[in-house]
Design a protein around this ligand. Structure first.
Ligand code: PPY
Length: 297
């Protein structure tokens, strides 16, 4: 099994055994203690029991298998865009989005030595969000499963010439020195997370409130397929706040889209738009309706 570096293991084990004692109170996240997802989970649900998992996939599996009541998963970043693979993992998990959470993200360069450093380890999102910083210092970015796990790995290595990019808290947790703080390239760097659970929220309870619905759809392989799909929302006055495309399989002809709209089923305009979308596309699948954590537009 993929495992965290030794300096993280004691904390991971004690969090895992606390979560095992009350799984429905547990919130799973991908990363070692101190990772951004851990901090987002604690901001969102301060009373919950954090359950560290090696990857996002493992965190989703923890919910599916009943080891956690929900999972906190990063989905997109203001600067670096989509979080890799999440848009496949979410639909495949069969879980439902029940909340969203926005968190300002800051990265620190941390190490055992003082530098210069030949490489910095981190999650690809953190490396992408600090691209200019690394380039200016000629530090090679090397990808790791998560930010805090990278800090634990650097601590375990004993190598003073490598560093990690991780939340400042990770330096305390794993005994590293902060070499430089706030190294992200944009100082409004923000990540949107979603919370996933086995049971969906009842959309009817969200009608008339500021709420979002997330869904995927697959367009027909015909001219103007996307135009017609989007027309369903345009003609019904439904605001789409996100749209991303994905290829499904190797034919490069079956395109899937991942979308967010303002509004929920039960709202007549949303119902009509989704009915029309089902007619215009090969497949529509709702991933959840949930309260809006931040006003759009
Ligand atoms: O590795 C982490 O800390 C994560 O939680 C993933 C991540 C990385 C960078 C920004 C937001 C989330």
């Amino acid at each position: 099994m993929r495992q965290f570096a030794k300096p993280a293991l004691e904390m991971v084990d004690s969090m895992r055994s606390a979560a095992a004692g009350d799984p429905m109170r547990a919130i799973a996240f991908g990363g070692a203690p101190g990772s951004n997802s851990h901090q987002a989970a604690m901001q969102f649900a301060p009373e919950a029991l954090p359950l560290p998992c090696f990857s996002f996939e493992d965190a989703l599996e923890a919910v599916d298998s009943g080891r956690a009541g929900c999972a906190m998963i990063p989905i997109e970043n203001s600067q670096h865009g989509r979080v890799a693979d999440i848009h496949f993992l979410l639909p495949e998990s069969g879980l439902n989005i029940v909340a969203e959470h926005f968190m300002r993200i800051t990265h620190a360069l941390m190490a055992l030595g003082e530098g210069p450093f030949e490489a910095a380890y981190s999650h690809p999102q953190a490396l992408g969000q600090s691209r200019q910083f690394l380039a200016e210092r000629e530090i090679v970015g090397l990808s790791h499963a998560d930010t805090a796990g990278a800090a634990a790995f650097v601590a375990e290595s004993g190598n003073p010439f490598i560093a990690a990019l991780a939340p400042p808290l990770a330096a305390d947790l794993y005994g590293l020195k902060i070499i430089e703080d706030e190294v992200e390239d944009a100082h409004d760097n923000t990540t949107r997370f979603v919370v996933l659970a086995k049971e969906p929220l009842d959309a009817a309870t969200l009608v008339g409130t500021s709420a979002m619905t997330t869904f995927i759809f697959e367009v027909k392989n015909i001219p103007a397929a996307l135009y017609k799909a989007l027309g369903c929302f345009a003609t019904n006055g439904v605001n789409m706040t996100k749209l991303e495309s994905y290829q499904k399989g190797a034919s490069f002809a079956a395109t899937q889209f991942f979308a967010d709209i303002e509004g929920v089923p039960g709202n007549p305009r949303v119902d009509t738009a989704l009915e029309e979308l089902a007619f215009q596309t090969n497949q529509v699948r709702l991933l959840g309706s949930y309260p809006q954590a931040r006003k759009r537009g």
